[in-house]
Design a protein around this ligand. Structure first.
Ligand code: NAD
Length: 362
């Protein structure tokens, strides 16, 4: 097993270091190789995703990614900005399925802005199509309008498009994921207005017939946004396109009140994947030793489960995280009165201790 380790920028290096210590504590045999990505790679090699980093990521079974970005790069031309590295990795590795679980841990119920009864026990999985839709559709650009409301005016445009195979493969991913959970899929679309999403809905319905044991329902994206804050526990697996998934997965993340807790996985058709926390590089707290490493540690657990075929090791990490929360240890972002505030390193130490003391069972 080979893991490409790409810590990136800001808190990326701090949180990935803790995830690596946790992986090492499991006593599995795997090889790791670290490379620069994002702003750090731009500084050293003039590009956020150098050829050498891309080659390493392609050859590895999985990529453990921290975060990239800093406000200081905002003035660079778009192709050189740190965030382009993520898009480049998604494209080159064919990572079309993004898994974003939103889990509310019992001990962190009060971190949510929603009432505890709405959120306690929340466990939903948002599956977002990651390589199509309006984010990648061509043509796009700026031009002089020849029609529309203001002919002759400057305008900008993007193209929303999905092909049948793109929708079919993400639908299969969702139904298969639902089979391992409570066998319910909600497909989110905007079929009432958009041709692309009527097509999406038709194909998801067709694919659903191959999974008669999984219950499928459809919801418009505006309603889904409302239901996520009104009754989030109604959902189990949510599958949707790239743009709606981008927005809904952040909304779902915020339901838990703690972005520092949420892992993510992006997979291709051979289960090679990129694993990263759902948050960014948090330049405001970088270097202070206070970032929450748990999202990255839980991303490493997802990596063991999905790409490295080590589900028991993944269970051990997840149990260890629950254990440290039950001990009352909290980084600043999830701290509340009556709990013990710890830094990044101490949180990593506590997870390692929970794993190595074997006080945790899988
Ligand atoms: P962010 O997620 O980095 O930070 C938002 C807020 O959450 C900040 O107050 C930050 O301190 C806090 N936060 C985030 N992660 C935390 C953690 N693990 N522990 C404690 N607190 C945490 O989002 P932003 O501030 O909008 O963006 C900062 C930079 O990150 C930008 O350059 C942006 O482009 C980039 N970004 C990168 C990714 C990625 O690498 N996948 C994702 C989102 C944003």
């Amino acid at each position: 097993m080979k893991i490409a380790v790409l810590p990136g920028d800001g808190i990326g290096t701090e949180i990935v270091a803790e995830a690596l210590r946790v992986l090492e504590a499991l006593d599995l045999s795997f090889e790791t190789e670290t490379a620069l990505v994002g702003g750090a790679a731009y500084e050293a090699h003039g590009h956020p995703l150098p050829e050498s980093t891309l080659k390493l990521a392609k050859e590895a079974d999985a990529v453990l990614f921290g975060a990239v970005g800093d406000w200081k790069y905002d003035k660079l031309e778009r192709s050189l900005r740190p965030e382009q590295a993520i898009l480049g990795l998604r494209k080159n590795l064919g990572l079309f399925a993004n898994f974003r679980p939103a889990i509310c841990y019992e001990q962190l119920v009060d971190a949510s802005s929603l009432k505890p009864e709405l959120i306690a026990g929340l466990d939903i999985l948002i599956i977002r199509e990651l390589t199509g839709d309006i984010y990648f559709g061509q043509p796009r650009g700026r031009r002089t309008a020849v029609d529309g409301h203001f002919p002759g005016a400057e305008e900008a445009f993007d193209t929303m498009r999905y092909s049948r195979p793109e929708v079919e493969r993400i639908a299969h991913v969702a139904f298969q994921a639902a089979r391992k959970r409570s066998k319910r899929v909600t497909s989110v679309d905007k079929a009432n207005v958009l041709e692309t999403f009527q097509f999406w809905k038709d194909i998801v319905t067709e694919v659903g017939k191959e999974y008669p044991d999984v219950e499928l329902d459809h919801m418009y994206v505006d309603n889904a946004a409302m239901q996520l804050v009104k009754a989030p526990k109604k959902f189990d697996v949510v599958v949707t396109g790239n743009m709606f998934g981008d927005i809904l997965s952040d909304e779902a993340a915020m339901l838990t009140g703690s972005i520092g807790m949420l892992p993510s996985a992006s997979l291709n058709s051979s289960n090679q994947g990129l694993y990263e926390p759902s948050h960014g590089s948090a330049p405001d707290i970088a270097g202070k030793g206070i970032a929450n490493p748990l999202a990255t540690i839980l991303s490493a657990a997802m990596m063991l489960r999905f790409s490295l075929n080590q589900p028991e090791a993944a269970d051990r990490i997840e149990s260890a995280v629950k254990h440290v929360l039950a001990q009352g240890l909290r980084t600043a972002d999830i701290w509340s009165a009556g709990t013990t505030k710890v830094g990044t390193r101490e949180m990593g130490d506590a997870v390692v201790a929970a794993i190595t003391k074997k006080t945790i069972t899988g």
